[in-house]
Structure formats: C-alpha cells, structure tokens
Design a protein around this ligand. Structure first.
Ligand SMILES: C[S@@+](CC[C@H](N)C(=O)[O-])C[C@H]1O[C@@H](n2cnc3c(N)ncnc32)[C@H](O)[C@@H]1O
Length: 339
C-alpha cells in the first residue's frame, strides 16, 4: 500500500534515489531480467544491434521521431536500449513519488465492472506499461486494464513484451488454472494518432447529432476509448512530440480530457527537464510544464496539481546487470487530479 504518513503534495521535491520502496534494487533487477529474457534474440547479434541503436540515436538527436520509430528494427532497438532505464525510472515515479497511484490501483473501483482503467498515450515502447504492470503485481492489484496507444507500429514488439510480462509474473499460468473473472491484469495496444481529433468538437449542430452517448464519433480514432472511465492517464516523454506535431490539436486533446474525464482521474506527465522542453507561444518561449499548469489547473479545466517537480533525477544504481547501457534520467513531473 502507499505510505500514508506523507501527503502527496509534500513529497521531496528532488527525489533522486532517496525514497525508494517499489523501485527497490531487487525489483529493478527483476524488471531488467524480464526484458532480457523477453528480447533475448535481439541481443544475440551485438554488432548489428549496436549499429541500429546508433541510427536510432541519430534520429532521436535530430528529433526526427517519425524516422526513429519508423522501422521494426528501430523499434526493437529502442525497446532494448531505452525502455529498460525508462521502466525503472517510471516504476520509481509511479510507486514512490506519486502515492496516489498505488492508492488508486488498490482501492475498490467505483465502476460496475470493478476495473481500474489506464491509458498510456505514446506508450507503445512499453516502458510505462512494464512499470505499471510491475507495480500492479507488487501490489496484488486486481482488474487492471492497461491500454497503450501510439502512432508508431509497435504491435509486434508490444505483443512480445506483453507475453514476456505475463510469463515473468506467472499470469499466463493463472489464466489456465483460474476462472476468467479472476484474470488480474490486461495489457493491450492500439496503433492510433491521439491527435486525430474527430469532428465531435466542431460547433456545428449537424456534427453533434452523430455523437454516441459517451461523446465519441462512431468509427473515429477515439472510438472505444472512453475517457470518462479512465482512472489514470500517462503521457511519458510524448508531450513535446505532440506539441511539435500540432499545438492547436494538442491543446484540443487536453481540453477533451478536461471535458470528459471523471473526478478523481489522475493525469501523469513526464518530459525532459530543461530547454529541450521549451515551447514557443507567439514571440515568447515557456517551459512546457508552465503551459501545462496554465491550461490544466484552474476553474475552467478543472484539474488540481498534486505532485510537481521541475527536475527529478533518477540515477541508475551501480550493481544492476543488463547487457546494454542504462541511463540516468532527468525530467519534470506533473501529476494532476480531475476535481
Ligand atoms: C520519445 S517516445 C516515448 C516512448 C515512451 N512513452 C517512453 O517514455 O519510453 C514518444 C512516443 O510517442 C509516440 N507518439 C508520437 N506522436 C504520437 C501521436 N500523435 N499519437 C500517439 N503516439 C504518438 C511515438 O511513436 C513514440 O512511441
């Protein structure tokens, strides 16, 4: 369970590794070992892998994300090279720095189907999915549905990771032995552009007439994602890309979340700290987290900020074993809750 003595707003502002419970060294190593087992074939050609990683790194450096995530080899290289460090950092954030998240995962659901529904936007690479699954497993959380959506074609890699997670945590055996309704955690992926905002936002009354009861347009890209049922939304290292693709459409997405999420929904946003995350509005440049605070918190949007830190350091511990480089990470963190 989440520690009760420290209210969410009073967490240490710069966490480093000073307060670690869920991301303990043993759990971190088990996450890395799970990835190593799952993608064992990928490490068996180290020279080819090293070259592919160099190519992906080049595209990431020039912020050409469409190229970086544009081929199956690149996706595999990303998942073995970058997702491990990210999964460890995200486990620390989700479990240790945001106590409301373990609390939501373990408290009874208010929904008739008794599920906890999580949407990971830009989550195809699986770092946050692995971290969430690990946390849910540690907490013995039940009925957790995790849906990762991503514009890139992560289907095959995600499927491999999902199977690796299910084997790693013994969920595959449980499915065979235990009744279906005791099936604890579901992991799904859908390839979609989250900014492909359908026409329901147009003011034209004729357009409104085709809304379904949950506000979706039949056949639209948001079809079947019921934002009103979500308990947790994560946007990990994807906000900058969304704003780079289209500022107006990204703002519309946040507005859509504000209009459709239920009270209590948690929205977790992590992104690079520092000038990498500056955004130009008119002639001025702002840190993107300032813009997020501005558009989310307040009477109109209706979110409150429950955890914030403009520069969290997550440092990799020395004794972890993994065949590729693991990276320290520095990022800003925002956890908003819909009021
Ligand atoms: C820098 S990666 C971060 C991946 C992962 N969240 C992590 O933290 O390791 C950004 C991800 O966002 C996805 N993405 C970019 N634009 C998107 C969009 N419009 N809709 C959905 N996913 C998008 C990319 O394909 C990529 O997988």
């Amino acid at each position: 369970m989440a520690p009760k003595s420290r209210p969410p707003g009073q967490l240490p502002r710069s966490s480093s590794a000073s307060y670690i419970k869920y991301a303990s060294p043993v759990i971190q190593q088990s996450v890395l070992s799970l990835l190593r087992r799952t993608f064992s074939a990928v490490y068996s050609h180290p020279e080819t892998l090293a070259k592919t990683i160099q190519s992906v790194k080049g595209h990431l450096y020039t912020r050409d994300y469409a190229a970086a995530f544009g081929s199956p080899d690149y996706l595999l290289a990303y998942v073995v090279r970058w997702s491990p460090s990210r999964a460890l950092a995200y486990l620390h954030v989700l479990g240790d720095l945001c106590p409301l998240i373990p609390e939501v995962l373990t408290s009874p659901s208010q929904k008739p189907n008794n599920t906890k529904d999580i949407l990971c936007i830009g989550g195809g690479a699986g770092g946050e999915v692995l971290a969430l699954a690990t946390l849910a497993n540690e907490l013995h959380a039940k009925n957790v549905n995790i849906l990762a959506v991503d514009i890139a074609h992560w289907d095959d890699v995600f499927e491999g990771l999902r199977d690796g997670i299910r084997r790693g945590f013994g969920w595959d055996k449980k499915d065979d032995e235990i009744a279906k309704d005791d099936n604890d955690i579901e992991l799904r992926f859908r390839q979609m552009d989250i900014l492909d905002i359908p026409c329901y936002l147009k003011s034209n009354d004729d357009d409104k007439a085709i809304l379904t009861s949950n506000g979706d347009v039949p056949g639209s890209s948001h079809d079947n994602i019921d934002f009103g049922s979500l308990d947790i939304i994560t946007i990990m290292f994807t906000t900058n890309e969304l704003f780079a693709q289209s500022k107006p459409r990204t703002l519309t997405l946040f507005q859509y979340m504000s209009e459709n999420c239920k009270p209590g929904t948690l929205l977790l946003i992590l992104e690079s700290a520092g000038s990498y995350s500056h955004i130009q509005i008119g002639s001025k440049t702002f840190p993107v987290q300032f813009l997020l605070d501005h558009i989310m918190v307040g009477n109109v949007a209706g979110w409150e900020k429950v955890v914030d830190d403009d520069a969290v350091w997550f440092r990799i511990q020395n004794d972890l074993k993994y065949p590729l480089e693991l990276e320290n990470m520095r990022f800003f963190l925002r956890l908003y809750r819909r009021v």
